[in-house]
Design a binder for this molecule. Structure first.
Ligand SMILES: NC(=O)c1ccc[n+]([C@@H]2O[C@H](COP(=O)([O-])OP(=O)(O)OC[C@H]3O[C@@H](n4cnc5c(N)ncnc54)[C@H](O)[C@@H]3O)[C@@H](O)[C@H]2O)c1
Length: 297
């Protein structure tokens, strides 16, 4: 089973990147948004991103100007935008990248389940919800996987391909091959909270917050320790500022509710307090550090 026509639902931060890499990988892609203005914004981001990639390839001597121009033209020609769900009916694969809200996702999949041809494979890019719950809602649990890409999609080399107990082997293989065709390294994982990356990363961030809360070490020393002692590109508190304190809190609260006995999913008080104070990290200008746009102030 080869994926040739892909629908991507949501053309925001993650969705626009998924549309782009799928189109670069040679798929015909339909990008679906709720409103024309959101769609235009997503498509214009893709336009800028593909052109930037092309000029980098030329600059590095990896492609001639003609080759790069052809890459831009082919990629953009592979993409069609729409605000009409019915346009996704004959896709081989649909990747959902809408807001992290389980009800929004399950109702979308319930509708897509009725709308799409029986062979269509469904995938969610969720970071924190069980794939199995969306698979049930879609009415076709054997044709459902998680395809968890990372931000920024165009640059991060990993995709986690998540299978539930009901995922067909051929469906899993087709989804994994799609990830590879998009230029990513695919790792496979069961439908377990946080998959591989977030299951390890979020509790690591939590432990750094608990250390700060107890006064074990300063924020600068915690970050420097993990950068210089473990070779991490940024420390866990800076990382939490990047991810967003609110996003981190929502993920943890969701896990805690579902798995109340899992000690690794403890919600640090400091996180609740700072979110209540509007200190959300880089996006709000203050979290564990003060931010001036993308840089620490
Ligand atoms: N942001 C990250 O770093 C990151 C990383 C990995 C996975 N994710 C996951 O990816 C998903 C999307 O996150 P994001 O950061 O791109 O969000 P975002 O808010 O940037 O984009 C979501 C887009 O979906 C659109 N949308 C909402 N409902 C829709 C519907 N019913 N039909 C069509 N479009 C709809 C919105 O208009 C918006 O443009 C979430 O599930 C998130 O957990 C995010």
């Amino acid at each position: 089973m080869k994926i040739q026509k892909v629908g991507v639902v949501g053309c925001g931060l993650m969705g626009h990147g998924i549309v782009q890499i799928a189109a670069q990988g040679g798929c015909q892609v339909i990008a679906l948004e709720t409103e024309q203005s959101f769609l235009d914004k997503g498509l214009s981001r893709i336009d800028g991103s593909v052109k930037k990639l092309a000029s980098k390839l030329v600059e590095k001597g990896k492609q001639s100007e003609e080759q790069a121009a052809a890459m831009v033209e082919t990629t953009l020609a592979n993409i069609t935008g729409t605000t009409n769900r019915a346009d996704l009916a004959d896709c081989d694969l649909i990747v959902e990248a809408i807001v992290e809200n389980l009800e929004a996702k399950t109702s979308l999949f319930a509708e897509l389940g009725k709308l799409c041809k029986p062979e269509t494979i469904f995938a969610s890019n969720t970071s924190s919800f069980p794939i199995g719950e969306m698979a049930e809602a879609s009415g076709r649990p054997s044709r459902f996987v998680g395809l968890h890409f990372f931000n920024p999609v165009q640059l991060m080399r990993l995709v986690e391909v998540v299978r539930t107990e009901n995922t067909d082997e051929e469906v899993f293989n087709a989804a994994r091959d799609f990830g590879t065709a998009c230029g990513k390294t695919a790792v496979s994982c069961k439908d377990t909270p946080g998959f591989v990356v977030n299951r390890l990363l979020v509790p690591f961030m939590v432990q750094s917050l608990l250390m700060l809360e107890r006064g074990d070490a300063s924020r600068e020393d915690i970050d420097a320790a993990m950068q210089l002692g473990c070779g991490h590109p940024m420390g866990p508190l800076t990382l939490t500022d990047y991810v967003g304190l609110d996003t981190t809190l929502y993920i943890l609260q969701g896990w805690k509710e579902r798995y109340p006995d899992e000690a690794a999913f403890e919600v640090p008080k400091i996180l609740e307090t700072m979110v209540a104070e509007g200190k959300l990290g880089r996006k709000s200008g203050e979290g564990f550090y003060k931010w001036d746009g993308d840089k620490k102030a």
